[in-house]
Design a protein around this ligand. Structure first.
Ligand SMILES: *Cc1c(COP(=O)(O)O)cnc(C)c1O
Length: 220
């Protein structure tokens, strides 16, 4: 199957209100251009250096999302063009994004990465950590970031009941944080969950944004 065919198949299997982030990590610029030619505009990468190199070679109309663990010393390389960072996992990282965004007069949208997997260690905030970040006194001063939702990854397992439970937990935490911290803020509305193996479950459990690599571009 070509990338265009995979994309069409994916689009037909996902409701229109759910955004598809095409995860192009490790894939060449030519593969991204194939998806672009088929109409895809939203792409995700998980390494700053790789993202910067690709961005420079690709059309300006692409909307780039950062989906991997982000080190504070890499923020400045992606700040000029990144449109959404899915993986904020500390207040210090958020402050660094704000600092770099302010220098260039941008507002950068961010998701808090929440830890939901029960089976292995992954990056992310616990619910208590997310609450303490959102309740921090310094948050209102961060005018150059906007927190627009949360992201999470399920356990790497074939146990679909467990995956569903984890996605449901993430949805509930998203709702809870929205009610507690963003009841007057429409911008907080994204729930980034679901990858190639589990996106149908994620969509059923309320995802607004799926991050798909393998099902679009083939194995890495
Ligand atoms: C690689 C990656 C994906 C895409 O994974 P696939 O299984 O290839 O669809 C999604 N989210 C994150 C954070 C990733 O690192």
């Amino acid at each position: 199957m070509t990338i265009a065919e995979s994309l069409l198949r994916l689009q037909l299997s996902i409701p229109e209100h759910v955004k598809i982030v095409a995860v192009s990590k490790t894939k060449p610029v030519s593969a991204i251009m194939e998806a672009y030619a088929a109409g895809q505009r939203l792409f995700g990468e998980n390494k700053a250096q790789e993202l910067v190199a690709k961005q420079a070679q690709l059309p300006a109309g692409i909307e780039w999302h950062f989906i991997g663990h982000l080190q504070t010393n890499k923020v400045r390389y992606i700040a000029p063009f990144i449109s959404l960072i899915h993986s904020i996992d500390s207040l210090s990282l958020l402050k660094e994004v704000n600092r770099e965004a302010r220098k260039i007069n941008r507002i950068i949208e961010c998701l808090l990465q929440l830890y939901i997997a029960t089976e292995e260690t992954k990056f992310g905030l616990t619910l208590d950590e997310a609450k303490s970040l959102l309740g921090d006194d310094s948050l209102p001063e961060l005018k150059n970031i906007r927190i627009t939702g949360v992201m999470g990854m399920s356990s790497f397992t074939s146990d679909t009941a467990l995956v569903r439970l984890e996605f449901r937990t993430l949805y509930n935490r998203y709702k809870l944080l929205k009610d507690q911290f963003f009841s007057l803020d429409d911008h907080f509305r994204e729930l980034s969950m679901g990858m190639s193996d589990d996106y149908p479950i994620a969509v059923e459990e309320g995802s607004t944004m799926v991050r798909i690599g393998t099902s679009l571009f083939g194995n890495r």
